[in-house]
Design a protein around this ligand. Structure first.
Ligand code: PMP
Length: 352
């Protein structure tokens, strides 16, 4: 019988996190304000010709390069950050190589790493999800070829101190170090200014979160021109679709949409933090558009009751250190009234 490579055959079947799209979806950290009206207008103006022709990614790479203040050669646009991860794994990992990561973190990192045939070296966050810098540095070896760090992190919402990231970059000159800044705009910090100093640094950005384009699939991998050039050699030349590329200019231009959404998220996450305090639930200060909170042993029931009340949240209790925890995407000002009501009700019900 035909058999895939061992590293693929031994992967657990992937289960989509999407159970239902009914109600308010606060389980995937999407932009619940939608996207910019200007983006929608551009989409509506797409012509038959736009759709019939292969997309031109280079135009988008110039736009993103300009926006971020880097050269277009340093930017590879991808089909979401997800594809960027896959490309990084394909470029730097082979059988016997090691991918190093700190749990809990974004669930796709280990999947792509294992699919590339790499062994996973995992360290675990400390108290209150403090980044385990010492442990991670101690695990770097000549086999370490890729280190993935989400900053801010998912599912915790926490930030890694800049100095710690630089220590990792210094300690692993022969490994690709990905600093995944998918949630940068919500109050994160960026390592972009360090690109010229570190040939091993890659930064990922996405249009799925603050820009509200998750359905269009658009991400960017930014790094040293030589490294990005290597990935361009085998990346599909048409990986980013024409609709996403057509919207890029409008999405970047409408920073008013971005700041308004960020302001609402900051307000909403404060509200959630206060609510947790009031209800005696532990939550962690977030630099993203979601909040991690510990609802306790009745976590599964809480998620169920919330869904019945029309709000989908994510059970993340299987992640190391996240026992009894759910992750709730922050909604808009209006949506947060319903969310607060649902959380209060669900806490009451799942405790009874
Ligand atoms: N990185 C992190 C840390 C994420 O949380 C996510 C999405 N949840 C992604 C990457 C994937 O983003 P994209 O939609 O661009 O593939």
């Amino acid at each position: 019988m035909l058999k895939p490579r061992e590293c693929i055959a031994t992967l657990e079947p992937y289960r989509s996190p999407i159970i239902s799209r009914a109600g308010l979806n606060l389980d995937l950290n999407e932009n619940t304000a939608g996207c910019s009206e200007r983006v929608l207008a551009r989409l509506r103006a797409l012509t038959q010709r736009d759709v019939a022709m292969y997309p031109e990614r280079e135009v988008g790479e110039r736009l993103v390069g300009n926006f971020l203040g880097v050269r277009p050669e340093q930017v590879l646009l991808t089909n979401g950050v997800d594809e960027g991860l896959l490309l990084l794994c394909a470029a730097y990992l082979g059988e016997g190589d090691e991918m190093l990561l700190a749990d809990p973190t974004f669930v796709m990192y280990p999947i792509y790493g294992r699919a590339a045939g790499a062994r996973l070296a995992r360290v675990t966050a400390g108290e209150d999800f403090a980044f385990p810098t010492g442990d991670l540095l101690a695990r770097i070896s000549s086999r370490t070829r890729l280190i993935t760090i989400a900053n801010p992190n998912n599912p915790t919402g926490t930030l890694v101190p800049r100095a710690d990231l630089l220590r990792v970059l210094d300690a692993a000159p022969d490994a690709a170090v990905l600093v995944d800044e998918a949630y940068f705009e919500f109050g994160g910090e960026t390592l972009l200014p360090e690109l010229s100093r570190y040939g091993n640094l890659f930064i990922a950005r996405t249009f799925s979160k603050v820009y509200g384009l998750a359905g269009l699939r658009l991400g960017a991998l930014i790094g040293a021109p030589e490294q990005i050039g290597c990935m361009r050699r085998f990346c599909s030349p048409f990986n980013v679709n024409a609709a996403a590329l057509a919207c890029l200019e409008e999405a970047l231009a409408d920073q008013a949409f971005v700041s308004e959404y960020v302001a609402q998220v900051k307000e909403g996450r404060e509200r959630l933090a206060k609510l947790c305090e009031e209800l005696g639930l532990r939550s962690w200060p977030s630099r993203t558009n979601f909040v991690l909170m510990r609802v306790g042993a009745s976590c599964g029931k809480f998620v169920e009751v919330m869904a019945r009340r029309g709000v989908r949240v994510r059970d993340v209790s299987a992640n190391p250190g996240c026992e009894g925890c759910v992750r709730i995407t922050v909604g808009t000002r209006e949506q947060m009234d319903d969310v607060v009501r649902a959380v209060r009700g669900a806490v009451g019900e799942s405790r009874s």
